[in-house]
Each structure stands twice: as structure tokens, then as C-alpha cells.
Design a binder for this molecule. Structure first.
Ligand SMILES: Nc1ncnc2c1ncn2[C@@H]1O[C@H](COP(=O)(O)OP(=O)(O)OP(=O)(O)O)[C@@H](O)[C@H]1O
Ligand SMILES: [Mg+2]
Length: 251
């Protein structure tokens, strides 16, 4: 059975950093299992965090199929669309990656949405884990492009405002028609004593705190250098923290 994992939270809190480190830990802890990473943020950068090169996003590929001249002569359109969707999957030894991309038309995912849902349903089922880096508005989740979510990590930075915002994301998740089985809070960029100071705010959200990721100088330098987070040293505080979270969550 495929386990669907999603990472949500407002802009800049550390979703992509967490997703990349989570993927690395899944590879480490579940050797031989297959993993699909999905970047559902219109402003995609999970590929960089993982050290992948992505030629085109799904939205771009589907946009190409709208031009009748682009379809090879004699090929039915649905076959062409299927071919294009398959082309958008980036494969590597441990992790495959699918990048959704942003809306191509004026603000609407409508055309590709049904196709995407079907594609993700078919594709996701081939993997042991599907991990999705979502955008703050939970667009793909509320539109049900992501077929199912077993574990949702709501990410907050280390601030009272961040925790309140995570609480609102939690309310949004609870209001969704698609069921999310387990929801956990992860507080990122923490320093000594931060969690104690935030305890009251965290309790108010009703979210279960599964762990925190300390402010990690290695993450900062990796960001400055533009190097993949996937290559952070094993003893990095952020890597160690994600390792603990994975051990608590995936038994
Ligand atoms: N544990 C950490 N220690 C130090 N810096 C961090 C940590 N986690 C995230 N950051 C930094 O915070 C910034 C935002 O992180 P990230 O890109 O992961 O957030 P995001 O939620 O995916 O943002 P967006 O909403 O723009 O996609 C980056 O500069 C990243 O390097
Ligand atoms: Mg991101």
C-alpha cells in the first residue's frame, strides 16, 4: 500500500527543506522501497534541494499538448497527453520526481486538474511512498489532485505568529472533504528555549508536536551556496532532527 505524505505550511517556513530531508531519511530507513517526490508548489524548488534537474513541469507539458500542431500526425490526443505526462517524470536511483508547476492560463488549473488527478492516482500506486511538498494555499489538496493523504506535516517557523498560522492550516485541513489521517506539527529554525516559549500557542492549535528542527548553520550555508540540501552532512542538526521525526512517525 502506498503511503501518501504531504508537507504544508505558510510561505518560507521551511517546507521544502523539511521535504528534502524527509525524502533523504526515507531512502535511508526504507532501503529498497520506492519513493515518488511531488513538488506541488507553483514556485517549485524541491528539485534544487534534491539536486535534480527538471526540464519542464507537468503544467508546461500539458500546455504544449493544447497546440494541435504539436501533436504528431496520426497520434490521438489522449495518447500524446499520456506520453507528455510520462516525459515529465524525472527518475533517479532512489527517488523519482514530478513537478506540477503553476497555472498556465489566467489563474486556472482547471484543464489539467482532472488529468493530473488521474495521472497521480495511477502513478502514485506504483510507489511505496509519495511525498508532496505543497504550496501554502493547499490548492492541490483542496482540488483533490493529490488522491489521498496518510500523514500531513504542518510546518511552522519558530514564532507565535507562525504557530497561529499553522493552526489555521490545520483548520483548513479539517475542513477538507478528502480525509487526512494523521496530522503533525513540526516547528523549524528553533533555538534553545523556543519550544517552551511557544508551548501555550502550540497547545491552542490542537496540533500534535512531533518534533522541531533547530536553526542549522549547515542549512544556511547550503542555501547561500545553492548546493543541494540532500548533501548535508549526516551530523547536521537538521538531518538528525528529521531522522528522529521519521522514526517517531513511520513505524
Ligand atoms: N532548520 C533550518 N535552519 C536554517 N535555515 C533554515 C532551516 N529551515 C529552513 N531554513 C531556511 O529558511 C528559508 C525558507 O526555507 P524553505 O525554502 O524550505 O521554506 P518553504 O516553506 O519551502 O518556502 P516557500 O513557501 O517559499 O516554498 C530558506 O532560506 C532555508 O534555507
Ligand atoms: Mg518551498
Amino acid at each position: 500500500m502506498t503511503k501518501y505524505v504531504a508537507v504544508a505550511g505558510k510561505g518560507g517556513v521551511g517546507k521544502t527543506t523539511f521535504t528534502a530531508l524527509l525524502l533523504r531519511q526515507l531512502v535511508e530507513n526504507f532501503k529498497g522501497k520506492t519513493i515518488l517526490a511531488v513538488d506541488a508548489d507553483p514556485n517549485a524548488n524541491l528539485d534544487e534541494a534534491l539536486g535534480f534537474t527538471v526540464e519542464s513541469t507537468i503544467s508546461e507539458m500539458l500546455e504544449d499538448t493544447k497546440d494541435p500542431k504539436a501533436i504528431p500526425e496520426g497520434m490521438p490526443k489522449n495518447v500524446f497527453v499520456e506520453y507528455k505526462l510520462q516525459q515529465s517524470l524525472v527518475e533517479s536511483e532512489y527517488i523519482d520526481l514530478l513537478v506540477m508547476g503553476g497555472p498556465q492560463g489566467p489563474g486556472c488549473y482547471c484543464y489539467p486538474n482532472d488529468l493530473l488527478r488521474k495521472h497521480l492516482e495511477d502513478l502514485g500506486g506504483n510507489y511505496d511512498f509519495v511525498a508532496v511538498d505543497t504550496e501554502a494555499g493547499l490548492e492541490h489538496i483542496s482540488r483533490r489532485t493529490i488522491p489521498q493523504i496518510d500523514i500531513m506535516f504542518v510546518i511552522s517557523d519558530s514564532s507565535a505568529r507562525g504557530i497561529r498560522s499553522a493552526g489555521r492550516v490545520y483548520e483548513l485541513i479539517k475542513g477538507l472533504s478528502s480525509s487526512v489521517t494523521e496530522v503533525y506539527l513540526v516547528v523549524t529554525k528553533t533555538k534553545e528555549g523556543h519550544l517552551e516559549s511557544l508551548k501555550e500557542e502550540i497547545d491552542k492549535t490542537g496540533l500534535q508536536l512531533i518534533g522541531d528542527i533547530p536553526l542549522d548553520p549547515n542549512v544556511v550555508s547550503s542555501d547561500l551556496a545553492g548546493s543541494p540540501l540532500y548533501d548535508l552532512p549526516l551530523d547536521s542538526p537538521a538531518v538528525q532532527a528529521v531522522q528522529k521525526i521519521v522514526e517517531r512517525t513511520f513505524k
